[in-house]
Design a protein around this ligand. Structure first.
Ligand SMILES: Cc1cc2nc3c(=O)[nH]c(=O)nc-3n(C[C@H](O)[C@H](O)[C@H](O)COP(=O)(O)OP(=O)(O)OC[C@H]3O[C@@H](n4cnc5c(N)ncnc54)[C@H](O)[C@@H]3O)c2cc1C
Length: 504
């Protein structure tokens, strides 16, 4: 019997477990994969230890920095190269070539604060900039509550701003079509500022002024995966049990009534958590299909569910008709993305021709990738580890609604495509002969909580869980994508969990 079982060993699960373990509760983290960390993963490519998923965190709210401080990692926090990102865009006029321009500086999610600025005109041309400027004189007809980011942008600033500035950024961050994103989730405060200031570009400038100076993200010296290593070390120090390769197949409450001598009835609840048979551990997707092997069951006073959306809904569904109704809601299909990491000997990249990375607009001819990170340009720690002329670039494939175009490619085919796209995006000649290392990673269960209608669905999940004693739920699908949302939400789940167990 544990005080707390945490299902899912991504950052959310590890952080929630830590809150409980620090107060002396007995805690175990059950993780389906062979390693904990979830989307904050690591991989070795050409002798370099690299992030395989998340590689930075947003500074907003200072929540991640405060948490890293608590873990003793403050002196490891680093800023990325301020050079910033670029855009790779379809030609501005028929018959032209694809073009690369720096991402305009004064924007929020690609929405320009100064529509006539040089860097904006370079991306969307004079006609696009003048249409965007019309926003300044357009009345605000709908006071304060536009839902779709894409519709808001197109209505006020025109299609070029949407297609050439906002969609590439939104697709890069949320793997979701800008039209399907809830404004209030992806740009909190924008709707209110729009009502107050009277224009979208004015609202963007107001948000920019209120934001802290400098880059909006930070990283960790050595890679974001060091956060996971530090969490694991800390949990082990507090005797928490971490069990990788342990997929959970189901869990259920058991309520026991105890009658005292005076007739008073006390009801206690524990949870039984079923683990996949030992042999199924390597592949969580197969966990339910093994027949004949006896399932293993653990017991706990409190359960914190910290797995991605599809797995969470599948585990919650059998808990009752209300949970089944939740699972049956109109949840969007999870977004998938495949990453191809290349380590290249390419001195032409020493000049960082496209800053720290590039976002690619939909329908840009000649390129399949939707984004590229030039990791050795972005992070000094990585550049310091690589010899002169050697570079790490990471390309991502897969747009919302369009599937992952690389799924059926062999490793050799994907490598060739990645080299081809990197050359086109970075504007240099590259060949497979320059590749010193290659890795591919598929992330298939991302569900953006920023899609239209998501806030209501999430509220219903939270209400249902809140009404279920001994159960809590956390994770990016509820809190918002990204560590700046995931960590504070998980801390709160951990605090609620330890209060429940300690009966505070
Ligand atoms: C490619 C990529 C790049 C990203 N880049 C950034 C970035 O730069 N900055 C940023 O802030 N955020 C970034 N994010 C988002 C961020 O990584 C996530 O929001 C965050 O890591 C989610 O954490 P989580 O614990 O909620 O979920 P996850 O990391 O998905 O962890 C959930 C865990 O549950 C486990 N699990 C699933 N089913 C079961 C089961 N039945 N039993 C037991 N365990 C189970 C999974 O194996 C997984 O380890 C990125 C995400 C991806 C995919």
């Amino acid at each position: 019997m544990k005080d707390v079982l945490v299902i899912g060993g991504g950052v959310a699960g590890l952080v929630a477990a830590r809150e409980c373990a620090h107060l002396g509760l007995s805690v175990a983290v059950l993780e389906a994969a062979d390693a904990v960390g979830g989307a904050v993963g690591r991989q070795e490519v050409a002798g370099l230890l690299l992030d395989s998923g998340a590689e930075s965190f947003a500074v907003r709210g200072n929540t991640v920095a405060a948490f890293l401080d608590d873990l003793g990692l403050t002196d490891q926090i680093i800023e990325p190269n301020p050079a910033g990102a670029w855009l790779h865009l379809p030609p501005n006029r028929a018959g032209g070539a694809a073009m690369s321009v720096p991402l305009p500086a004064a924007g929020v999610l690609g929405i320009p604060g100064s529509p006539l600025a040089d860097d904006v005109r370079r991306a969307i041309g004079w006609s696009g900039a003048l249409r965007a400027y019309a926003d300044r004189v357009m009345p605000v007809l709908k006071i304060g509550r536009e839902h779709s980011l894409g519709e808001l942008v197109e209505k006020r600033m025109g299609k070029k701003v949407l297609d050439r500035l906002v969609s590439p950024v939104a697709g890069g961050v949320y793997a979701t079509d800008a039209r399907d994103l809830e404004v209030d989730v992806v740009a909190p405060g924008l709707n209110n500022a729009l009502t107050t200031v009277g224009s979208l570009s004015g609202a963007v400038l107001a948000l920019r002024t209120a934001a802290p100076a400098g880059s909006a993200v930070r990283g960790l010296d050595g890679g974001m995966h060091r956060l996971v290593a530090a969490l694991v070390a800390d949990l082990e120090r507090f005797d928490a049990e971490i069990r990788p390769a342990t997929p959970v197949t189901g869990f259920r409450p058991v309520d026991t009534d105890t009658v005292a001598a005076d007739g008073t009835v006390t009801s206690t609840r524990t949870w039984l958590v079923d683990l996949a048979p030992e042999s199924a551990a390597a592949d969580p997707a197969d966990a339910g299909t093994i027949i004949g092997a006896a399932p293993r069951t653990l017991e706990a006073r409190h359960v914190i569910l910290a797995v991605p959306a599809a797995a969470a809904l599948a585990l919650l569904e059998p808990l009752g008709v209300d949970f089944a109704a939740l699972a049956a809601l109109d949840w969007p299909a999870p977004a998938a993305v495949e990453l191809a990491t290349l380590v290249l000997d390419a001195p032409a990249l020493d000049a960082h021709p496209r800053g720290t990375g590039v976002l690619v607009a939909v329908d840009t001819p000649g390129v399949t990738a939707k984004a590229l990170t030039h990791a050795t340009a972005k992070w000094d720690w990585l550049a310091a580890l690589t010899p002169a002329g050697r570079h790490v670039v990471r390309l991502s494939f897969g747009r919302a609604g369009a599937g992952v175009p690389t799924l059926d490619l062999s490793d050799d085919e994907l490598l060739d495509l990645a080299v081809h796209d990197a050359a086109a995006i970075l504007g240099v000649d590259l060949s497979a002969a320059q590749v010193r290392g290659f890795a591919r990673t598929l992330w298939s269960d991302g569900l953006s909580p920023a899609t239209l209608g998501a806030p209501d669905r999430i509220r219903r999940v939270r209400e249902m869980v809140e009404a279920t004693p001994g159960l809590d739920v956390t994770g990016g699908w509820l809190s918002g994508t990204g560590l700046a949302s995931v960590i504070p939400d998980a801390i709160n789940a951990g605090i609620r969990g330890r209060r429940a167990v300690l009966d505070l």
